[in-house]
Design a protein around this ligand. Structure first.
Ligand SMILES: O=c1ccn([C@H]2C[C@H](O)[C@@H](CO)O2)c(=O)[nH]1
Ligand SMILES: [Zn+2]
Length: 143
């Protein structure tokens, strides 16, 4: 998609970061995803006293969109709490690859109004995707 409203994604991701539950890392992250429907969904990181129970902002944003019925996405924006712009972690890259095209933009922004944009395939080359599963219904099915 060519006409992505990056400013709207940045603002939505920033607002989501303000809801982050990150008492352990003190690294509050917000994410906004643009679904093919044109709607924006958000998520924040939700940490846990059992640290491995933590869920990143990316997966929470995608989950919020999925439960609203979305299956395809055009862009993802991370709002990172530091000057150095940060891409999604490895687990989230795999989850993004389930629902985004390889050339989809995955971006990071910060309080300095900076933005860095990668393509998904740059972040996760040779991804294992639903197409490798013989009986896959890809992203359109419910099973
Ligand atoms: O892109 C990222 C990077 C990190 N985190 C979270 C996980 C953990 O709660 C904290 C520190 O890694 O930030 C995210 O939610 N998204
Ligand atoms: Zn992650």
């Amino acid at each position: 998609m060519s006409n992505i409203n990056w400013a709207a994604l940045q603002l939505a991701a920033k607002h989501a970061s303000e809801q982050a539950y990150a008492p352990y890392s003190k690294f509050p992250v917000g994410v906004a995803v643009l679904a093919q429907s044109g709607k924006i969904y958000t998520g924040c990181n939700v940490e846990n006293a059992s640290y491995g129970g933590t869920v990143c902002a990316e997966r929470n944003a995608i989950g919020a969109a999925i439960v609203a019925g979305e299956r395809k996405f055009d862009a993802l924006m991370v709002y990172t709490p530091q000057a150095q712009l940060t891409p999604p972690c490895g687990i989230c890259r795999q989850v993004i690859a389930e629902f985004f095209m390889p050339d989809a933009p995955v971006a990071s922004c910060n309080h300095l109004q900076q933005q860095q944009t990668w393509s998904l395939v740059e972040l996760l080359p040779a991804a294992f995707t639903p197409t490798y599963l013989a009986n896959s219904t890809k992203v359109d099915g419910n099973t």
